[in-house]
Design a protein around this ligand. Structure first.
Ligand SMILES: Cc1cc2nc3c(=O)[nH]c(=O)nc-3n(C[C@H](O)[C@H](O)[C@H](O)COP(=O)(O)OP(=O)(O)OC[C@H]3O[C@@H](n4cnc5c(N)ncnc54)[C@H](O)[C@@H]3O)c2cc1C
Ligand SMILES: *[C@@H]1O[C@H](CO)[C@@H](O)[C@H](O)[C@H]1NC(C)=O
Length: 526
């Protein structure tokens, strides 16, 4: 019988913070090792990166998920923060959270974990040797300690990914990764090619397009560009991530999102249309400016790169750009755990029970190794809560064989969807699954006990506090946070008193006209 008391938590980003908090709830003794000098992980913006390393954050970033969907389950965002947050809002929130729950005193800063290995008696005790390296006045000191369990929270942005292309070494211009991109102004007067179809690629390309001589974005398979504002101006993640809407079959949701994107832009005219029919397997980004930049001629969409030339690139459609000054690869990151050997865990396969637990070692968990189409923080929080209930023995696991089969199945499903290993999915069904395991999932009996709340919880946005209404470690403020979620999101922009009434008939006429013009636009393009 494994008995967990001391837990090593590696990293003090969002995942690390929620892991410390969850360990405290179970009365474990967490020690969190953070190699930098601050909490917050990727949200820490630095001009040149921490100790010379670059960081993923750039100037002018605004969250692609809305405020109330990004909050932790038991700590509301301040009402005065805008619905979409800048880096400093996010970091302030995480610091306030850490202070509120007294997390800081469990974090050992400037301490890098360099090795995690099972102890000799790991089979019976589940214990780990954790070796850390500390920088004390230019001196490196290494120390190894024994822990009952390990939660790896080192994020997914540690190793930059730059694809290889023929003749790349012959290129005379500058090649950088988005990791070192800080602001569009750094490229004044240049010709810049941004490569990638993710959120960052879109941001970097639109930023550059304001300052360069010309900016191009190269897309492998096209891309769906989602606006932050969904139907009727409601934050799109609050529309997509509802318990009710997640019950709609995937292929219909895929069509709904596609039509939403198409109602905002002509994907063919903008050269954006994805080669993939399924919205969820295609590249997507949240970006409000990109279509306009294409329309005003400051940004041009190009195909996938075939090869490099001396001063530019040739694309797969046979076209060339011959005078590129800088190529920015916004092509993402590899997940990497350099402190764990491949025999213990193979990061190239990412086979984890419920995307969290090493199937073989039930005291080794990975928090934040998945991507959600929406806010990440609340997903990682549930992963941490799920993990501590495994560590405490409250949540019983199937046998090792079943765990391995489950882990492989999940990964295979992802590979089938994307065509390569990428672990990213809609957050709500996964959150519900984890919440159900640990007994905090809202259930339909709420319609009898608290119908007003039930309507919000099941038909409204799946705000994270809905996982603090029942089961272990509830939060007294949860009901209020859900009921006031919308007000909390919108109040910062209600800065002028409105006297005129919201006109419902206008909506009805709009819907009728919209349907009619949709029919015209679909069948008679010009
Ligand atoms: C540009 C950008 C924009 C984003 N926008 C959004 C958004 O709008 N909404 C959203 O929900 N998410 C967004 N994200 C995703 C974001 O990554 C997650 O929300 C979340 O912050 C990840 O937290 P994490 O703790 O898992 O990882 P990280 O934030 O990467 O934290 C990992 C921590 O571990 C430390 N560490 C690493 N290795 C070691 C070691 N060996 N020893 C000790 N410490 C170590 C690091 O120093 C770091 O502090 C964005 C990410 C980026 C890069
Ligand atoms: C928001 O950006 C992050 C980081 O780039 C990404 O992981 C996430 O999927 C994005 N969300 C959406 C809905 O695109």
């Amino acid at each position: 019988m494994v008995f967990v008391k001391r837990v090593a938590i590696i990293g003090a980003g969002v995942s690390g913070l929620v892991s410390v908090k969850s360990c405290l709830e179970e009365e474990f003794q967490p020690i969190c090792f953070e190699k930098s000098s601050q909490i917050g992980g990727v949200w820490i913006y630095s001009e040149n990166g921490t100790r010379g390393e670059a960081s993923a954050m750039y100037n002018g970033l605004v969250t692609n998920s809305s405020k109330e969907m990004m909050c932790f389950s038991d700590f509301a965002f301040p009402a005065e923060h805008p619905p979409y947050l800048s880096t400093h809002h996010v970091i302030k929130y995480y610091r306030d959270y850490a202070e509120h729950y007294d997390i800081m005193k469990y974090v050992k800063f400037n301490t890098e974990v360099v090795d995690v290995s099972p102890t000799e008696n790991n089979k019976t005790t589940g214990q780990w040797n954790v070796t850390v390296r500390q920088r004390n006045q230019e001196q490196l000191v290494e120390q190894t300690d024994v822990f009952d369990a390990v939660m790896v929270c080192t994020g997914k942005h540690s190793k930059c990914r730059i694809p290889e292309y023929p003749r790349m070494d012959k290129f005379k211009g500058q090649i950088i990764h988005s990791n070192t991109f800080r602001r569009g102004e750094d490229f004044v007067g240049q010709n810049v090619l941004v490569v990638g179809a993710s959120h960052s690629a879109g941001d970097l390309a639109t930023q550059c397009s304001q300052h360069t001589n010309s900016t191009y974005i190269s897309l492998r398979n096209g891309c769906y560009v989602l606006p932050r504002r969904g139907p009727n101006g409601i934050p799109i993640d609050t529309v997509a991530n509802r318990r009710f809407s997640c019950k709609i079959p995937g292929f219909i949701r895929s069509k709904m999102l596609t039509s939403l994107v198409e109602s905002r832009m002509d994907l063919d005219n903008l050269s954006l249309r994805s080669d993939k029919k399924n919205f969820f397997s295609s590249s997507m980004m949240v970006n409000d400016l990109l279509p306009d930049r294409i329309l005003n001629g400051t940004l041009k969409v190009k195909a996938h790169i075939e090869r490099f030339t001396k001063n530019g690139v040739k694309f797969v459609d046979g076209t060339y750009i011959e005078d590129i000054d800088t190529i920015v690869f916004a092509t993402g990151y590899y997940t990497s755990f350099p402190f764990i050997s491949r025999e213990i865990f193979d990061e190239t396969k990412m086979e984890l029970f419920k995307h969290i637990l090493s199937p073989k070692y039930t005291t080794l968990a990975f928090i934040g190794a998945v991507g959600a189409v929406g806010s990440q923080g609340p997903v990682y929080e549930l992963q941490a809560r799920w993990t501590v209930s495994v560590f405490s023995g409250t949540l019983k696991l199937p046998d090792v064989n079943a765990r391995q089969i489950h882990a492989k199945k999940r990964v295979d499903k992802m590979i089938k969807l994307y065509g390569y290993l990428k672990i990213k999915f809609a957050p709500v069904p996964y959150q519900e699954e984890l919440a159900n395991d640990i007994g905090v999932k809202p259930t339909l009996d709420m319609f009898l006990t608290d119908p007003k709340l039930a309507v919000k919880v099941f038909f409204g946005p799946a705000y994270p506090p809905s996982y603090r209404l029942k089961g272990p470690h509830t939060w007294a403020g949860a009901r209020d946070a859900i009921m006031k979620g919308w007000e909390n999101t919108t109040s910062p922009t209600r800065t002028r008193q409105i006297t005129n009434q919201h006109d419902v008939t206008a909506h009805l006429i709009f819907i009728a006209m919209f349907l009619f013009s949709l029919i015209l636009a679909i069948f008679f393009r010009n």
